[in-house]
Design a protein around this ligand. Structure first.
Ligand code: SF4
Length: 373
């Protein structure tokens, strides 16, 4: 049986946040049950000959799926071949209910990822979040009361009108709750979002580059001082609490994605599912899968992906692993680039691994793009 990570996509949100370009939709609640039924079918079909190493249910807002939808999904997930795995569900405060949490425990969910983004009410409002700070705090307490001992909190910097002091407050307040994992992403203004329209009209006041750099540096330092190891550009965890599922992506290992817009990577082939919810349901019901694109990676593409995904991790890429995967010495393929960035002190190499220096992490986009063959 093939070992894989399993990603499951729930595309429903109560309201679209102003910055979000994820494949998620509001106002599609009538599709929840047919979607859960089609998704269950797809999961059973795709995973029947797989050994599941981890499960991550993301979205959208998985916790917004109705209880009835979850009951349908549980049946399919219960049948999977899996033992003592990391099992994460993502959610938005205000959409967690006690019934759903009870069900999650019965399903074997042992990790919850909650989106907070900012500690200040004004920012929550201006981001279009549906919850207040108090609702986040209540959710967090409820998760602990239900015995979840592995919680991630998502926060964001580089927000419109956000000051350094506010970002530091967000960091310190979240740390005081002692979650096992914190993800800290910078806001990106994506085309097609409400923020993009405001940005185009010059109506968004964003921190400048220097302020944003300082915010990232603060996150790295403050989280480190408080016992969170940075193990990826935007991810920080207490000892041993790194997200195993995400490490599968960053290590170019096999994973399958089920649900609308989900992606898979299996033995060098990338697959992409239909994004439109109604078309997804139809396609799964008629064909048992919703794949609309399949691409066999060339050896070069696999090498590139191995490098730029691997370099996201603070421990970087293993030179031995590269040779085992591709049958070539990493220096033969990337010698010049590696040498260039070691000289610029953006990369470092020891006897086993090549990784970004702290300065390299700040300029990671530039370094990584040079690994395209
Ligand atoms: S809750 Fe998450 S997925 Fe939904 S709109 Fe907001 S950021 Fe996007």
């Amino acid at each position: 049986m093939q070992d894989v990570g399993l990603y499951i996509h729930i595309p429903f949100c109560k309201m679209k946040c102003y910055y979000c370009d994820f494949p998620s939709f509001s106002g599609k609640e009538e599709n929840m049950i047919p979607y859960a039924q089609a998704l269950s079918k797809e999961i059973q079909n795709i995973c029947k000959d797989k050994n599941i190493r981890s499960i991550f249910i993301g979205g959208g807002t998985p916790t917004y799926l109705s209880l009835q939808g979850w009951i349908i999904l549980k049946e399919a997930i219960d049948k999977l071949e899996k033992q003592h795995i990391e099992f994460t569900i993502e959610g938005n405060p205000k959409t967690f209910t006690e019934e759903k949490l009870k069900l999650f425990r019965e399903m074997g969910v042992n990790r919850i990822s909650v989106g907070l983004q900012a500690w200040q009410e004004a920012h929550l409002k201006s981001l279009g979040r549906i919850h207040s700070l108090q609702e986040f705090k209540n959710t967090y307490d409820l998760l602990r009361a239900y015995g979840f001992t592995n919680i991630n909190v998502d926060i964001m910097f580089g927000l419109p009108n956000q000051t350094l002091a506010q970002w530091r407050e967000t960091l310190h307040q979240v740390i005081s709750l002692k979650p096992e994992h914190i993800s800290a992403y910078s806001l990106i203004i994506e085309e097609g979002t409400h923020f993009y329209n405001l940005y185009e009209k010059d109506q968004l006041i964003l921190p400048n580059e220097e302020e944003e750099r300082q915010m990232y540096e603060d996150a790295v330092n403050i989280l480190k001082e408080n016992g969170y190891n940075q193990y990826e550009i935007s991810n920080f965890a207490k000892e041993g609490m790194e997200c195993k599922h995400n490490l599968i992506y960053w290590s170019l290992e096999n994973y399958v994605g089920c649900g609308s817009a989900a992606h898979s990577y299996l033995e060098g082939v990338r697959y992409r599912n239909e994004e439109n919810i109604e078309k997804y349901i139809c396609k799964v019901n008629n064909e048992n899968n919703a794949i609309i694109q399949k691409h066999l990676n060339s050896k070069e593409e696999n090498m590139e992906e191995f490098m730029f995904l691997g370099l996201r991790k603070t421990k970087g890429v293993s030179t031995l692993e590269f040779e085992k995967k591709f049958g070539e010495d990493i220096h033969k393929v990337y010698g010049k680039v590696i040498e260039k960035y070691i000289k610029l002190e953006l990369l470092k190499e020891d006897s086993e691994r090549i990784y970004l220096t702290p300065k390299g992490v700040e300029l990671s986009n530039v370094v990584m793009s040079d690994f395209l063959l």
